[in-house]
Structures are given as structure tokens and as C-alpha cells.
Design a protein. Structure first.
Length: 275
């Protein structure tokens, strides 16, 4: 692991590090905010998964999460959204390839050599983090935005018992019925492959989440038709899932929306993480 930068932040440290996980066979960069309590012992962790086109950096500098994380004594992890590099397959479209890993393990060439983001987020990256930093493996929660909201919800439901709470900002909620999903699943998993295990609405209908769920969606989001929030809201209610789905009037898809509700999401996760 290489240290790229460490800056004092709200009494703790905002670090940026890189390493080369075997699953992605590429140099991966991540951000990690440690609150000052981490000097004395392991602290709970909130994972933040970013959306299309993002690196580890967007949320780290634009979501305004560190101050609230410091208040609750919670660490934040900001992983990248895909493997990267000249040797890594890519596509001209912004929503496929580098910057668009969709938090799954690709099975199809040329993607399967490096695009193993599920293994990375639930396997190699936590393996490194819990060894190198004062983080409590028993106290993890997960959130994300857009493609990262899809990642947070699907990984939380695919790995029961791992995360105590899950939230999402404007998640890609029903990708098997959307152009933000069908194209990527066909490329990464194969034309006609069953991708229902990577669809938050279908997973919600099928198994739900054993813990609290919080979803925030802006009513003026320019991508509403691609995100399909109504399908997830319906699945949550049909299942009587513990949680809340909030339609926030006038907000769009940007980080101004995310920053506006970050305080609520940190408080929501802190309650689950410290109980
Ligand atoms: N570039 C795309 C949209 C990309 C986009 O909005 N990405 C969101 C996640 S889905 C994001 O977080 N962008 C980075 C940022 O705002 O910092 C377009 O204009 O259609």
C-alpha cells in the first residue's frame, strides 16, 4: 500500500492511498477518513460507493461527509468505481468500462480480467483496511450515489450480516429494466444472463435487508427515468421493509443534493453502528 496524501480534517485525518489488489490486477486508489477516535482504537466504518464517471475523489471533496463522520466517530471509505489503466479494457461511452464498474464481478471477456468490483469491495479492500487501520470489522454500514447507490443496496442484500444499515442517494434502483443496467449487464455478465441478483428492486422483493434502509431521491433529478425509484419504493412497501424512502422536492442528481442530506445519512448510520 502506498500513501498518496494525508491531511488533517475535522480533528482526524483524510488519507488517500493506493494498492494493487489481485482481483482487479490494477493499481486502485481509495480515500479513507479516520476520525480522531481512531487514535485510541477501532472505529465503525461507513462505505461510500460513487456513481458513473467518479473516482475515489468526487465524494471525498464534494459530499461534505467528513464533519458529520467526525461528529459521530465514524470512518469513511471512498473506493474508486472501477479498475483503471492502459492495460484495462474500456469503452468510449461514459457508462461502460472505466468509471462504470457497477460493483459486480464481470464474467465476460474483455472485462473479466479486471472488472471484479464486488470481490474488491467485499474482499480485498476490506482485507487491507482492517489490517492496516483502526477499523471495527463488526461495525460496517454502506451508502452510495446513483451507480454507487445500486452498489450499496445490492451488496448489502447480497451479503447479509456484513452491513448493519444501508442508505442510498438517487440509486440506480431497477437496472434490469433500464439503459443504466441492461447494457452493462449484457457486457459484463453476457447477453441474456440472469442479472436479477444485481438489481436492488428485485433483491428487495426477493429477500430484503435485515436492518434499516434509507433512500433519498431528488424529485427534479434529470435521470429519474433511468433510475426508476418507484420500482424500489414499491418493492420496499410490498415487503414491509424497515426503512424510509424520501422523495426530496426540487433536488437534482448533483452533489449539492447529496451534501444537503449527508447529515441525515451519517446520523442514520451512526445509530445502527453504535447500537
Ligand atoms: N456525464 C453524464 C452524467 C454523469 C453523472 O452525473 N455522474 C454522477 C454520478 S451518476 C456524478 O456523481 N458525477 C460526478 C460529480 O458530479 O462529481 C452525463 O452528463 O450524462
Amino acid at each position: 500500500m502506498k500513501t498518496i496524501s494525508e491531511n488533517r480534517c475535522f480533528g482526524g485525518v483524510q488519507g488517500v492511498y493506493s494498492h494493487r489488489p489481485a482481483c482487479c490486477d490494477s493499481e486502485m486508489t481509495f480515500g479513507l477518513f479516520l476520525p480522531e477516535e481512531a487514535r485510541d482504537g477501532p472505529v465503525p466504518v461507513l462505505w461510500y460507493l460513487s456513481g458513473l464517471t467518479c473516482t475515489h475523489e468526487n465524494a471525498m471533496i464534494k459530499a461534505g461527509a467528513q464533519g458529520w463522520a467526525a461528529e459521530h466517530g465514524v470512518a469513511l471509505v471512498f473506493p474508486d468505481t472501477s479498475p483503471r489503466g492502459e492495460h484495462v479494457a474500456d469503452d468510449e461511452a461514459f457508462d461502460l468500462g472505466q468509471g462504470a464498474g457497477f460493483y459486480l464481478d464481470a464474467t465476460q471477456e474483455p472485462w473479466s480480467d479486471h472488472y471484479r468490483m464486488e470481490s474488491y469491495i467485499v474482499g480485498e479492500l476490506p482485507g487491507l483496511l482492517f489490517e492496516e487501520f483502526a477499523l471495527d470489522v463488526e461495525r460496517q454500514a454502506i451508502t452510495g450515489h446513483s451507480m454507487g447507490g445500486h452498489g450499496a443496496l445490492t451488496l448489502a442484500m447480497r451479503h447479509p450480516g456484513r452491513y448493519r444499515s444501508v442508505s442510498a442517494f438517487s440509486p440506480i434502483a431497477n437496472p434490469t429494466a433500464s439503459d443504466w443496467g441492461r447494457k452493462q449487464f449484457a457486457a459484463y455478465l453476457g447477453e441474456g444472463a440472469d442479472a436479477s441478483g444485481h438489481d436492488a428492486s428485485l433483491l428487495m422483493a426477493d429477500r430484503g435487508f435485515d436492518g434499516p434502509v434509507l433512500i433519498d431521491q431528488g424529485s427534479d433529478d434529470q435521470f429519474l427515468d433511468l433510475l426508476r425509484p418507484e420500482t424500489l419504493a414499491h418493492a420496499m412497501m410490498a415487503r414491509r421493509q424497515q426503512g424510509q424512502f424520501r422523495m426530496q422536492p426540487g433536488y437534482d442528481h448533483s452533489y449539492f443534493f447529496i451534501a444537503s442530506f449527508m447529515e441525515d445519512h451519517l446520523a442514520f448510520h451512526a445509530e445502527a453502528l453504535w447500537s
